[in-house]
Design a protein around this ligand. Structure first.
Ligand code: ADP
Length: 488
């Protein structure tokens, strides 16, 4: 199958969250399965052109933006450890900026930056003489690709039989923009913008809705999330649209690219281990704690709860704040954070660091290598999310024998099950209500299992046996693509 993956972020080139991990693993796995896959993304300033060996191609793209024609160049590279080609669309005025989306506020012209890429996809395919069977667009940034596919490019032989698949990674980011701008430079014109049209939602252009309405098939990143979003609480206002397209929506659980996320071979951690040598795991914890100035007299065996997360309301920090403060002050636990985001959360975590210098280790920022070390060193990983389309950190943690403590929402339900001390089955600790007391009760259960060596060893074995491989994810997506092609 000829596949185009169109996304704004793809690991290891550019990443702010799970989207990049998934587009990367899909490209690698489609290639490994023998498909002809190319990735198209913007040439962002943060991409290291030299280290990834990108080469500028001798093409000049012409992209129609309303009444004007704009130009772009393309750079070619490969997805590491695969043959899948990556094409970077170069337009420095749009993409050569310090942050990917703008920080702390989004760039005012993100609408334009996203639409330019969405349209460039077709021009890239043409100059490369690539005839896609499927265009797989990810999240609202590239949703307009599907509108273009089903309108202007439908008439071109090369794209006339191409299916469009849209993957929703997070419904809470929708891309709501001024119609006078967007309808102009997307070339659809204001005539297509009226109440209830596929572009309109609440008086503005809603890119997420555009993706949902124009796609042949829509996927969410976990089966449970695909059901949840049919309900008002999780639908982020798009309940009607999601139910209207309900028959075309399916959840495909995200996968983990195990060549990169495996304690057996991970080069970013100090001590590698397997399920049979799991006792080595705690050397990682000891080294880690010592790197923070602790020594043997500091009881290095105290349970260590890690968290690797964007610091936003979604991630459930509000319900853990008070309890963390209490448990760090009154019980024997340690807490280790890697995250960046909202200033009020940053201030809270820095307060913990100040109050519990030997028990709270706070790392504000983005650090891929440190994330690996945290998954290897922690005993538990916390994911107390308010909502969670899939969540990757709990899946990484499981592979490292690090036990997830999660709220029962979205993909966390599909990937973690409560440990049962009677049957000794289960892989973690799960709480239902988005409430601090429910979280604390799960924490208590976790601590009591940690204190029971027989259970604790069994639980880690259960966790490491879980298999959420991205190979399965890619195979599932190919089935979705075939399903989408039935429609074209
Ligand atoms: P989301 O996409 O909502 O941020 P996911 O759990 O799906 O959440 O994916 C998060 C990804 O980003 C994981 O690979 C996680 O390890 C990584 N990550 C999150 N915050 C950081 C950080 N501060 N430093 C390094 N990696 C991070």
């Amino acid at each position: 199958m000829n596949i185009i993956i169109n996304a704004f972020e793809v690991s290891p080139f550019a990443k702010t969250g799970g989207l990049a991990d998934v587009t990367y693993s899909l490209a690698s796995e489609f290639d490994a399965l023998g498909h002809n896959v190319i990735v198209i993304m913007p040439k962002l300033k943060s991409i290291n052109i030299a280290s990834h060996n990108f080469q500028k191609l001798d093409y000049k793209l012409e992209i129609q933006m309303g009444f004007s024609t704009e130009f772009a160049a393309i750079w070619e590279g490969v997805v590491p450890n695969s043959k899948a080609k990556v094409y970077l669309v170069e337009h420095d005025e749009y993409y050569s900026r310090d942050s990917i989306y703008g920080s702390p506020e989004e760039y005012m012209d993100n609408d334009r930056r996203f639409i330019f890429l969405s349209r460039a996809v077709f021009e890239v395919a043409k100059v490369l003489d690539f005839t896609p069977d499927v265009i797989h667009a990810h999240d609202y940034h590239t949703a307009f690709t599907l509108a273009f596919l089903k309108s202007f490019y439908r008439l071109e032989e090369r794209f006339s039989k191409c299916a469009g698949v849209f993957t929703i990674h997070n419904l809470s980011f929708q891309g709501k923009y001024n119609p006078y701008r967007v309808m102009d430079f997307s070339s659809f014109g204001m005539k297509e913008f009226y109440e209830g049209s596929w572009f309109e939602k609440d008086g503005v252009v809603n890119c997420m809705k555009v993706g949902i309405m124009f796609a042949d098939k829509i996927t969410t990143v976990s089966p449970n999330y695909s059901n949840e979003i049919r309900m008002a609480y999780y639908s982020e206002g798009l309940q009607n649209e999601l139910n209207e397209r309900g028959g075309d929506i399916i959840g495909v659980l995200n996968g983990v690219y195990y060549p990169d996320w495996n304690p057996t071979s991970d080069k970013l951690i100090a001590h590698n281990y397997t399920p049979d040598t799991i006792e080595i795991k705690k050397q990682n914890k000891y080294d880690f704690l010592k790197s923070y100035g602790l020594n043997e007299s500091d009881n290095l065996d105290m349970p260590l709860f890690g968290m690797v997360s964007r610091l936003t309301e979604q991630k459930g920090i509000d319900i853990i704040k008070e309890k963390l403060d209490y448990y760090l002050g009154n019980k024997n636990i340690r807490f280790l954070l890697l995250g960046s985001g909202q200033q009020d959360y940053v201030e809270f975590f820095n307060y913990l660091k100040w109050k519990y210098p030997k028990n709270a280790f706070i790392n504000i920022g983005y650090d891929e290598a440190l994330a690996h070390r945290i998954f290897a060193s922690s005993d538990f990983i916390m994911v107390p999310s308010r909502f969670e389309p899939c969540g990757l950190t709990q899946m990484y943690a499981l592979k490292y024998g690090t036990i997830p403590l999660v709220r029962a929402t979205g993909g966390l339900v599909d990937t973690v099950s409560e440990y049962n001390t009677e049957t000794m089955e289960g892989t973690g600790f799960v709480f239902n209500n988005f409430h601090k007391d429910d979280f604390a009760y799960a924490l208590e259960r976790a601590l009591s299992v940690y204190a029971s060596p027989k259970d604790w060893e069994k639980l880690k074995q259960n966790a490491m046996k879980e298999d959420f491989s991205s190979v399965r994810q890619a195979v599932d997506y190919i089935e979705v693509f075939k399903w989408a092609l039935e429609k074209t």
